[in-house]
Design a protein around this ligand. Structure first.
Ligand SMILES: Nc1ncnc2c1ncn2[C@@H]1O[C@H](COP(=O)(O)OP(=O)(O)O)[C@@H](O)[C@H]1O
Ligand SMILES: [Mg+2]
Length: 283
């Protein structure tokens, strides 16, 4: 298990009159080498949950194991810098954190900060920019001159340049156009399939979740309402209704075909897979 939450609670402004419990007794195992989606309504605790993964937030109660790190509430936890090099967190609207004078410097900032030589940091920055599709001709431009989607890419490159084992993304496609969003998701899927990164992605897009996430965690009111295989979640009508979840388009299409008498397997989760099954049946 890559990540284990043990009876973890988190309270914002603990001890204050306006204290707010955002995570309530979370017990959760997130598997290594998989893509895990975190879904749930706004305010359900998704960001608070993922901000624990690189110790940006420390638990108010309970504990958390990540790779070989253990973080315990109210204790002096050591080795957080090493943890932050192993777990890359891309915030929602990460582009607001760009600050260097050039794109390349921004992408190289992370590795430099984690102790790599200037040269190595630049090499890693270039490699990461290449992965997110930012061409060399743009390296010396100011990140502030870029479009929203490009800024987001540079911010993500800054995290990839650290080469973390676990990549955590908080709504990485929010506000991107559909093509930009698709390219972004393809990148994360490739990082998982080819480079064996554990990917944790907070998403509002149930189609992305359905198509790509091996497992899904559904948050509701600071608690885990479901954790398990993504395909099982979307088959569970009670869970869907109780949590006002929108069915993925792919699933709506699949259901319509099944109603018309086509035998489509549960595992068919993308349009391509469904089309292949229909073709097989027709032939
Ligand atoms: N910095 C903060 N201070 C106080 N309360 C917060 C803060 N950030 C989030 N919250 C509250 O904690 C709860 C969970 O928020 P969050 O984790 O951001 O949810 P989500 O990412 O699912 O929208 C919400 O009720 C939210 O208002
Ligand atoms: Mg959030």
């Amino acid at each position: 298990m890559a990540i284990t939450f043990k009876s973890l609670s988190y309270i914002y402004d603990e001890g204050m009159p306006y204290a707010h419990k955002a995570l309530d007794d979370i017990n959760l195992n997130i598997s290594e080498n998989k893509i895990t989606a975190i879904i749930g309504e706004t305010g359900s605790g998704k960001s608070t949950l993922v901000e624990h993964l690189n110790a940006l937030l420390l638990p108010s109660a309970g504990s958390l194991e990540i790779l070989d790190h253990v973080i315990v509430a109210k204790e002096k936890n050591k080795g957080l810098k090493k943890l932050r090099a192993e777990v890359g967190l891309v915030f929602q609207f990460a582009e607001y954190q760009l600050f260097e004078e050039s794109i390349l410097k921004d992408a190289a900032f992370g590795p430099k900060n984690f102790g790599f030589s200037e040269e190595e940091a630049i090499e890693r920055g270039k490699k990461a920019l290449n992965m997110v599709g930012i061409p060399e001709s743009m390296y010396q431009r100011s990140p502030l001159d870029l479009s929203g989607g490009q800024k987001r890419r540079v911010a993500i490159a800054g995290i990839l340049a650290i080469d973390p084992k676990i990549l955590v993304l908080d709504e990485p496609t929010a506000g991107l156009d559909p093509k930009g969003a698709k390219e972004m998701i393809d990148l994360f899927v490739e990082l998982n399939h080819k480079h064996h990164k554990t990917v944790v992605i907070v998403s509002h897009d149930n189609d992305v979740v359905y198509n790509y996430a091996d497992e899904t965690v559904l948050m509701s009111g600071g608690k885990v309402a479901y954790h398990g295989p993504t395909l099982d979640l979307f088959e569970d009508e009670k869970l869907i209704n109780d949590n006002n979840l929108l069915l993925p388009q792919t699933m709506v299409f699949k259901k319509a075909l099944i109603e018309k008498g086509f035998k489509i397997s549960k595992e068919a989760r993308t349009m391509d897979m469904i089309v292949n099954e229909v073709v097989r049946v027709i032939k």
